[in-house]
Design a protein around this ligand. Structure first.
Ligand code: AMP
Ligand code: MG
Length: 320
């Protein structure tokens, strides 16, 4: 299947989902919609299948993958589950929250999934297509975003094809994704404290306040290999990006927000959820445009705005 250099695209109805399950069972790789972005899924218990994901994306081997599970019971097969883990996911699963917890020493996961770490990143997604798929197969799915490593994440089947056409077996087309930015990643420390590894749709400040009556503790600042996917340059459109732009120069594709109107506008009404949903589409449009540069209007740094600004900062960082 892989290596044929033909990527099938099917609508994510019952027969499309069954086709995806069949390909995954035989070790193929499939792009699947989730509520955040499209993921590139492989069976997480197969070293060969997971290797195809790294190869198709050109992803460095030190950058571990998130394991998608159908429920807490399945998560418990791979993690040393704790009260802290249970509490964290209680009100958020299924949903866009990934937790990083100690892995079970003997677990049916390919080593490449965790990139040799003794922790594992777990998420139970809410998107009906991904859920239907997880119900059909009897293994969890390792799934990073369905794009070439370092480039703009995909929120539609067309985005997936821009970077992975011919490199993966199938795209399950489930329309555009809702949340628009990748899952929030929460590391649960042994002493029960929380650390945000990546801001996303779930507001950890609000959740921590709700559970513990206090704001999220400040970062300890020592995360080295911990979240290697959080490289300075990521989500890159392949041309210079200027942030906090009040207006665009003539040679710039301007991404607007609120009062700043652009060639593509994240949200005219200044709605952060709408802005997150449109973020990658605007970046894809800017990348595909004839403009040699891009500029982005300021986005308020609160709630979902933190996740949006995190991605924009990495999109604007020069690649080394
Ligand atoms: P992506 O799959 O591209 O959304 O990236 C997944 C993110 O999860 C990356 O930033 C990884 O570094 C992070 N991640 C996955 N597994 C672990 C882990 N065991 N510990 C810390 N971070 C992880
Ligand atoms: Mg990614």
């Amino acid at each position: 299947m892989s290596g044929k250099n033909v990527t099938e695209v099917v609508i994510a109805d019952a027969s499309g989902i069954a086709r995806a399950a069949q390909i995954l069972e035989s070790g193929g790789i499939v792009a699947v919609p989730t509520e955040t972005v499209y993921g590139l899924a492989a069976r997480a218990d197969s070293e060969a299948a997971v290797a195809k994901v790294y190869a198709a994306k050109g992803r460095p081997g030190f950058n571990p993958l998130i394991v998608h599970v159908r429920d807490v019971d399945q998560a418990r097969l791979f993690a040393q589950w704790s009260d802290a883990a249970q509490t964290a996911v209680e009100t958020q699963w299924p949903g866009p929250l990934t937790i990083v917890v100690p892995a079970k020493p003997a677990r049916a996961l390919a080593d490449a999934v965790t990139a040799g770490l003794d922790s594992v990143a777990l998420r139970c997604p809410a998107h009906p297509v991904m859920r239907a798929l997880l119900d059909l197969v009897d293994f969890p799915l390792a799934a990073p975003s369905a794009n070439r490593s370092g480039f703009i994440s995909p929120t539609s089947a067309a985005h997936v094809l821009t970077s992975l056409d011919g490199r993966i077996d199938l795209v399950l087309d489930g329309g555009t994704t809702q949340d628009g930015v990748e899952s929030t990643i929460l590391a649960l420390r042994e002493d029960g404290t929380w650390e945000e590894l990546r801001p996303g749709p779930v507001d950890l400040n609000a959740l921590h306040q709700q559970y513990f009556g206090a704001p999220l503790p400040a970062k300890t600042g020592k995360d080295t290999i911990e979240a290697p996917g959080q490289l300075a340059s990521h989500y890159a459109p392949g041309k210079p990006v200027r942030l906090d732009a009040a207006a665009g120069a003539p040679d710039e594709f301007l991404i607007g927000f609120g009062a700043v109107k652009g060639a593509c506008t994240l949200s005219e009404s200044g709605d952060l959820a709408e802005a997150a949903e449109r973020l990658y589409d605007c970046l894809h449009r800017g990348a595909a445009s004839d403009y040699p540069r891009m500029a982005v209007a300021p986005v308020p740094h609160l709630g979902l705005g933190r996740a949006i600004n995190d991605r924009l900062r990495r999109a604007a960082a020069p690649a080394d």
